[in-house]
Structures are given as C-alpha cells and as structure tokens.
Design a protein around this ligand. Structure first.
Ligand code: G6P
Ligand code: MG
Length: 214
C-alpha cells in the first residue's frame, strides 16, 4: 500500500559527502585546524549553518554570526565549483534504475533534501525528470529530524504520510521520516541506522518486493 517514495539526495542518489568534506576541510585548514573523516560522518544530513557551527566547535574557534555567514558562503563557493564538474557517472549504483522501477509501477517519486544545491546536482547528473516533486533546502525552514522536508514532499505528490517510504543515509533523516509517520529505509549500515524499518547497502539492493514487505 506504499504510494510514494521520497529520496534524500546526498548519500542516497549521489555521493556528494566527499565534496562537502573537501570544502569543509579546506575551510578548517584555513582557520588553522583539521578534522577527521570520522567527524565528517556527523555532518551528514546536517544543514550548512549547523555543519559550520559543529566544525568551529571542534576547532575551538568562536566566530560572530556575520563571520559565520562569510565562512559558510566561502565553503559553498568551493563546493559549488566542485559539483559543477559532476556527471551522471556519479549516480550511486541502482539509484536511477530504482527510480525508474518505482515510476513504472505507478508510485510517485519525490526528493527530500536539506541541500540548497539539490537542483544543480540533479541537473548535472540528469535525473531531474525522474522526480514528481523536489523539496530542497530552499523550501524548508526546519532541519531533519524535523519531518518538514518529507511532509512537504508527501503533500506535493498528494500522498498521505503513512503511504510514503523515505530513503535516507543519515540518522537524523531516518528520525525525520519516523517523526512524519512514514516508513524509513536506511541506506548504509544497520548498526548505524538502527531506527530504520529496513536497511540496505544501496538502492541497487532495493526492489518492489522489498517495498511491499515493509
Ligand atoms: C545534505 C548533506 C549535508 C549538507 C546539507 C546542506 O543534508 O548531507 O552534508 O550540509 O545537505 O547542503 P548545502 O548544499 O545546502 O550546503
Ligand atoms: Mg544524506
């Protein structure tokens, strides 16, 4: 009885985490400190401003709100430069195929991402046409685990939350789906995404049969 699939972007459809990491690392290095790839995990699904605040905390650096604005913009410019070179080859295995499978089965598809760069990325990887609705960081005011982004996605495709499945790689994203009364499929490791209804390593392991079993 699932009628819509809502997909997070970063870490589900594409692996932009590497670009976010490079850009944040460059910023941290300019400020005179560094952070690890392990710390970077904590930034997944986290908004731009909040990510910066976490990084500044790790480096024991204090900045005013105005300075933070400048730093976040700087990071974003580097990030935008990097994603401008993205190609469809960077779509994660099975993502495009699963979107097509869902649509062929008559399910609605929506994007639910915190990223304000979602449209640019979807255009670069040529996937825009596979989404009935796109809700990104420009359309929401509350960050995951608040369900706003997914509820807006459900509303945009006219499907009740309990008939929606969310695909997410971040803990906060799984929580957001659950807070919105939706099913959640984790993309990653079951040890990390403990609140998900099901966890698969990637969308290449997903099928309509598994959806129906939810
Ligand atoms: C996604 C990513 C985060 C990123 C956030 C905002 O949730 O997982 O790492 O910080 O989007 O992205 P943006 O492109 O708007 O800076
Ligand atoms: Mg993600």
């Amino acid at each position: 009885n699932i009628k819509a699939c809502i997909f997070d972007l970063d870490g589900v459809i594409v692996d932009t985490a590497v670009y976010h990491y490079k850009a944040w690392k460059r910023l941290a290095n300019e400020l005179g400190f560094d952070f690890t790839e392990e710390d970077n995990e904590k930034l997944k699904g986290v908004s731009r401003v909040r990510s910066l605040q976490l990084i500044l905390e790790w480096g024991h650096v204090t900045k005013t709100e105005a300075e933070q604005e400048v730093l976040a913009t700087k990071k974003n410019e580097w990030y935008v430069e990097m994603i401008s070179h993205m190609t469809p080859a960077e779509i994660l295995p099975g993502a495009k195929e699963f979107l097509e499978t869902c649509r062929a089965a008559g399910l609605k598809t929506a994007l639910g991402s915190a990223s304000k760069n979602s449209m640019t990325i979807l255009e670069k990887i040529n996937l825009t046409h596979l989404f009935d609705a796109i809700i990104d960081g420009n359309k929401v005011s509350k960050a995951k685990p608040d369900p706003e982004v997914f509820l807006k996605g459900a509303e945009a495709v006219n499907v009740k939350p309990d008939k929606c499945v969310v695909f997410e790689d971040a803990i906060a994203g799984i929580e957001a789906a659950k807070n919105g009364g939706m099913k959640a499929v984790g993309i990653g490791s079951p040890q990390v995404l403990t609140e998900a209804d099901m966890v698969v390593p990637g969308l290449n392991e997903m099928s309509l049969e598994k959806l129906r079993a939810l």
